[in-house]
Design a protein around this ligand. Structure first.
Ligand SMILES: [Zn+2]
Length: 144
């Protein structure tokens, strides 16, 4: 564990990334908080008809999906901040190689170096094709 230290990042760079993550966290926080009163505004539902409530359901659903995505991002930001404290931040969780400052600057929540990220995306693609050909093979063996 202790061998995984972000020594390739200067204190100044780390601080810069930390500020970036904190600003992002604030932004999402405010976004989520701003939506709360909007959601609870349905006190005056005296003259509602079916169409109105159907529309409401769609909006509520969209808000929920949006909120979930934001919440997930918020969790990622919190995880990143915890990582920053542990000094393991900026190291690839796959191969342990340092992630370049340029990459972190563009995406402070990165936990993989560009090489591993590309590889994992390739694997994802391959397993997708693998699943496809597997099901194809199944249907062939069924018909024979
Ligand atoms: Zn890596």
């Amino acid at each position: 564990m202790s061998s995984r230290m972000n020594r390739h990042l200067t204190k100044k760079q780390l601080k810069e990334l930390e500020d970036q993550v904190k600003a992002e966290r604030e932004r999402i926080h405010n976004k989520l908080n701003l939506e709360q009163p909007h959601k609870n505004m349905s006190d005056s539902d005296s003259g509602r008809d079916e169409v109105d409530s159907a529309n409401d359901d769609i909006i509520r659903h969209a808000e929920l999906r949006f909120a979930t995505r934001e919440t997930l991002y918020l969790k990622k930001l919190m995880k990143t901040m915890a990582l920053m404290d542990s000094e393991e931040y900026g190291m690839c969780e796959d191969c342990g190689a340092p992630i370049s400052f340029t990459r972190l600057k563009a995406r402070p929540t990165s936990t993989m170096c560009i090489g591993c990220k590309e590889e994992s995306e390739r694997e994802e693609l391959q397993s997708f094709h693998g699943r496809q050909s597997k099901s194809l093979g199944k249907s062939i063996s069924f018909s024979s």
